[in-house]
Design a protein around this ligand. Sequence first.
Ligand code: ADP
Ligand code: MG
Length: 493
Amino acid sequence: MSHIHRLPPHVINHIAAGEVIEQPVSVVKELIENALDAGASRIEVDLLHGGRERITVSDNGHGIEHTSVPLLFERYATSKFNDLNDFSTLKSLGFRGEALFSIMNAADVTVISRSYREPEGTWIRTHNGKVEEVRPIGCRVGTMFMIDHLFAQFPVRKLTMEVKKNTQQIKQLISRYALAYPAVSFVLKHNNTILLAFFDQEDSVDRIVKHWELPKTQVFELSATHDDWRFTTWLSHPKSFATHKRHQLLVINERPVEMSALHQTIEKSLKTFTHAGKHPQYVFLLEIAPQLLDVNIHPQKLTVTIADQERIFDEICHRLEQALEQILPSELRFSADELFSQSSSETWSVKEPTALYLAGPFIQLDNTFIITPTQDGFLLIDQHAADERLWYNSLLQNKTLLSEVEQEIGIECQQELDDDVYQHSFEREINARIATIACHQAIRAGQKLSQEEMRTLVQDVIDGGNETLVCPHGRPTHIVISKAQLEGVFRRR
Ligand code: ADP
Ligand code: MG
């Protein structure tokens, strides 16, 4: 190991840049935030090859004045923030003065900008982390940043950039800003094709339904005001809750943020309307007294903290529950949720299969479900889902069938798919076909079963342990309800 020494400035700059700019999406985020801070009402992002080759962000904001140009790319140089007292009134998205410095150290940058106060614009070009050329240019008011050869000096990051993934992340990012800033129009182009467009005539609801791909009737608005906070939220109807959390957006004081405690608060208030595996879709705008909010936590400015957070979130949860009570009919409440809420993971799994002693009797409900007592509660089985899974497991062992299906699918889709997605889709397709065969073979819902048939089915499902928990389509095959859970539900303890 050598002695301690100071790192040369270009190495320090390189390391610092990597903290702020991790992906092409980080560049787009910083440039969009600068455009919004400049008061733009129109922002356009153009990508070439997912941003690997070029990212262009243009805005119609107030532009950059000649006098600001020498400090534009300097680290910790900003026009938005003077001293620590400003934090309590901070309105802008940027304040650290690090983004342009970092981008310049991770790529070559060209800027064309004209301030609304000046008759002429400026053209600036950087290369290898230095400003190389500045000259006047005639142009419209506003700013355009062109970022070329991103991560040319970061070989590993460059190698791991994937066009599809980067484009998807940027699309997701722009949608989030478009929902958070409904007065601003956003356009995203990839290789000169429009991928996304939000126009200024569209209000919040128009944008939300477009992004969530839902009809307007499936989205409703709630709001509440308190002494030091106020919220407005748009929620999807419980019937349109999603299997993912991509459509959950928090905006605090006009800043899109990540804050798991607030997500949990919102999900908690909607718990009795939420079925297992589903998540509400929402845009939640919170306005809070600026002195209660700390935004200076992370170089990417994604996380924030709130003073007295627990109290505020409890109040929000309460107000949301009250509002939901008025707006949503109670039959939408998922009453089974109460039954299973105490130990949901236990409910859906067979923890100790051998401990379940099946003495019968086996009762068929509506010729669809089977109920049977165990020594510690009872077991409820969906006969079709359970048998379908048993068939599926055994068909997957059948080599002749598998190779027949493989051949059939191989011929059908070999030419259609890109190499990188081929293998994955191929396996998925095989599983889907086997699942269809299993579905046709399995005992149907509505089919009457004898005691012996029910005993065999139940025993096979129990013996399958983790291999028979869900049907090939992901629905549970059975539920084990323990005496302890029943005692909890009936408040016996
Ligand atoms: P920060 O946003 O934290 O101030 P940046 O490095 O992102 O730091 O930007 C530095 C400065 O460059 C900003 O404070 C602003 O004055 C100016 N600037 C950057 N982008 C734009 C833009 N699109 N329009 C007008 N001014 C801009
Ligand atoms: Mg900035």
